[in-house]
Design a protein around this ligand. Structure first.
Ligand SMILES: NC(=O)c1ccc[n+]([C@@H]2O[C@H](COP(=O)([O-])OP(=O)(O)OC[C@H]3O[C@@H](n4cnc5c(N)ncnc54)[C@H](OP(=O)(O)O)[C@@H]3O)[C@@H](O)[C@H]2O)c1
Length: 230
């Protein structure tokens, strides 16, 4: 393969930023998106040191901007597209405590936006050699794994995302594009908090190995390569 090309959202911090670090270190060209490049100091510093990292402003819920970016990059091919951007929403959602407006917003970011992103960029992936799309889901979206209840907002948006991923994997199979869901582990980021079990380096090292191996489309993978039941 000629120099492989990664396109990633939410690249300014947490798991997304570490993806940019590790893929660019491995020689990939990286198109990294974030909402506010002017505040993304670490990402900007990486891009300043490496001509193969390009930065783009993108709020994934601004679908007009998504379509415009896809159009402006129509001559480019992405071997791997990672939808990493995601939000947790208000903490402690429970039967007695549910913020419905927040739920709708989290649904927009975690469920609808990944579909709109793939819709806009599927041609760029289909024209590449790698032909892979990886979407950051969460084990908290697995119905089989739900032993502790609650967390209605985050869980339901990731469960619905899993269904979106499964349908995308079927709909894009004629183009040979593989689509997978990923669980990064419980990671020490702003979202995962300080009690997470692993750091971003360990999570992304595992996720990168999964994404660059011979994956099966329409599956849900843990960062260590194990399959997770939907
Ligand atoms: N950490 C964990 O333990 C864990 C576990 C399971 C799954 N995940 C999933 O892994 C992914 C990354 O998580 P993380 O831990 O790295 O989270 P994080 O540290 O909170 O970072 C989230 C990233 O998503 C971006 N983002 C949020 N809304 C966006 C929008 N509308 N448009 C563009 N970017 C947006 C944020 O950008 P801003 O800086 O602009 O807000 C930030 O770059 C998420 O999808 C998350 O659900 C994480």
């Amino acid at each position: 393969m000629s120099q492989p090309h990664l396109f990633i959202t939410g690249a300014n911090r947490g798991i997304g930023l570490e993806m940019v670090k590790q893929f660019s270190k491995d020689g990939w060209r990286v198109s990294a998106c974030c909402r506010n490049p002017e505040n993304a100091l670490a990402l900007t510093q990486l891009a300043n040191q490496n001509k193969d990292i390009a930065l783009y402003t993108l709020d994934v819920t601004d679908y007009q901007a998504v379509a415009q970016l896809a159009k402006s990059l129509q001559d480019q091919s992405f071997d791997l597209l990672i939808n990493n951007a995601g939000v947790y929403g208000p903490r402690g959602s429970s039967l007695d405590h549910l913020d419905l407006d927040a739920w709708r917003q989290v649904f927009e970011t975690n469920t609808i936006a990944p579909l709109k992103l793939v819709q806009a960029f599927a041609p760029h992936v289909g024209s590449s050699q790698g032909k892979k799309i990886a979407i950051l889901s969460s084990k908290m979206g697995s119905i089989s794994d739900n032993q502790s209840g609650a967390a209605y907002i985050y869980r339901s948006t990731k469960t619905a995302l899993n269904q979106v991923i499964k349908s995308l994997s079927i709909d894009l199979s004629p183009q040979d594009v593989k689509v997978i869901a990923l669980h990064p582990g419980w990671v020490r980021t702003d979202m995962g908090g300080p009690n997470g079990l692993i750091d971003v380096e360990e999570s992304v090292t595992g996720l990168k190995k999964v994404m660059t191996s011979d994956i099966m489309t329409g599956r849900f993978y843990n960062y260590d390569g194990a399959e997770i039941a939907w």
